[in-house]
Design a protein around this ligand. Structure first.
Ligand code: 0WD
Ligand code: CA
Length: 379
């Protein structure tokens, strides 16, 4: 039982992130470059307006140039808004199981590859983990399940937090609509020149329904850890090649009017960068807007060039710090959570390791901004 006690103690230990975010120059020197493998797509799927998951590309959109000075407020009253949900893994698990069936049927060793996956998660969760060293504003919590050596990470939103997110002030609600509206102005359901949507302003791609999403599932590797990530892809440029090379991420941001705005934008680029990097999205198109939602300019960024753009600037960040931190974070999780087979038996009070080994256990990870993460078992 001393083993068990040791683990309980380890489980509440905090790994400080403070050093990463505050002692920036010294960390620069000490961060080890952790390799991140180019993400390879496994499959794509769509959510329908009824929020049904189907293995089609029905929700795939094509990039088109938005009209000059487009009004992002357009269509706000007709927005079909998906209520905030808990960020459960169900959809991703469905997709992973589909990948497994396809691979087994195809006779490749892909099934074996999947059995050796260390982490399965939505992209949004991985973005939160990797950008934590620079996060000064928001904390987060996640649930971690361990099944046969694979860690399943999902965001944890308390009921109170969820209610809060669903009850945002109208002003913020409108701002988040601007992002979706920009997607409508900048995409079309067919490739080629945009078709006019009946009864709407020219260039409008159709009313916003946030139930509808096109998602991609990729496999990648951080250091020696194999990771499967799923996430939403806004559109493709030209055609969908089956690879990630034509994926485009769309963003809106307030037009930059001075050095302070610029520094703020460069900070935002950290999240833009990792969000796209994690799915292998090579291009990010940013629509700059006025405070009242009129599009002013467009700027396209090559994802891989973003770190160089911010280097040495006031809002500077270094992706190597994030990857190094991400690797340490996952190693820490594994060291706390991964029971050796015989330990699992002790923990669940069973002699039969086979049986014990298939029992999922849930852990709660808490990240406190500027401080660090802690992990504890959920009993
Ligand atoms: O509701 C939640 N809290 C979560 C939902 C947490 C985690 C995942 N999800 C769902 C997503 O809606 C999606 O179906 O999981 C799937 C994959 O999401 P992801 O790609 O991992 O999500 P993320 O990278 O955080 O966000 C990608 C886009 C956002 O684009 P911008 O450009 O704003 O980053 O997904 C959309 C949004 O367009 N999105 C949402 N839309 C409506 N409600 C939400 C939400 N809660 N979260 C993300
Ligand atoms: Ca987007």
């Amino acid at each position: 039982d001393s083993d068990r006690q040791t683990r309980r103690r380890a489980a509440v230990e905090t790994v400080p992130v403070r050093d990463h975010s505050l002692a920036y120059p010294s960390i620069l020197a000490s961060a080890k470059p952790v390799p991140f493998q180019q993400p390879l797509p496994l499959l794509t799927f769509s959510y329908t307006p009824d929020r049904l998951l189907e293995f089609t590309d029905s929700a795939l959109r094509y990039y088109v140039e938005p009209p000059k000075r487009a009004e992002l407020r357009y269509g706000y009253e007709r927005w079909v808004r998906r209520p905030e949900e808990k960020g459960r893994l169900d959809g991703l698990l469905k997709a992973v199981s589909k990948v497994r069936t396809r691979m087994d049927a195809g006779g490749s060793d892909g099934g074996a590859w999947l059995r050796d996956v260390g982490v399965i998660s939505w992209r949004g969760v991985m973005t939160k983990i990797l950008t934590a060293p620079y996060e000064q504003r928001d904390g987060w919590e996640m649930n971690v399940m361990e099944v046969n050596g694979t860690l399943y990470l999902e965001e944890h939103l308390s009921d109170a937090r969820l209610a809060e997110k669903n009850d945002i002030v109208p002003h913020h609600r409108l701002q988040s609509y601007y992002g979706y509206s920009f997607e409508s102005w900048s995409t079309s359901s067919k490739s080629g020149p945009r078709e006019t949507v009946e009864g709407h302003l020219p260039g409008w791609g159709g009313d916003v329904d946030t139930n509808v999403q096109w998602c991609s599932v990729v496999k990648t590797k951080l250091g020696d850890t194999r990771i499967v990530i799923g996430g939403e892809v806004d559109c493709v440029r030209g055609t969908f090649t089956g690879k990630t090379d034509t994926f485009v991420e769309l963003k809106t941001s307030l037009a930059i009017r001075g050095p302070q705005d610029e520094a703020k934008f460069e900070k935002k680029l950290l999240k833009f960068y990792f969000q796209s990097f994690l799915l292998g999205v090579p291009e990010i198109v940013v629509g700059f807007r006025t405070p009242s939602g009129q599009l002013t300019t467009l700027q396209s960024f090559k994802t891989i060039e973003i770190p160089r753009l911010v280097r040495g600037k006031p809002g500077a960040w270094d992706p190597l710090i994030c990857l190094d931190w991400g690797y340490r974070f996952l190693s820490f999780l594994k060291s706390v959570i991964h029971p050796r087979y015989d330990d699992t038996a002790i923990l669940v009070g069973k002699g039969n390791t086979e049986e014990a080994n298939t029992k999922a256990r849930v852990w709660r990870v808490k990240f406190v901004q500027g401080s660090g993460v802690s992990v504890s078992p959920l009993d």
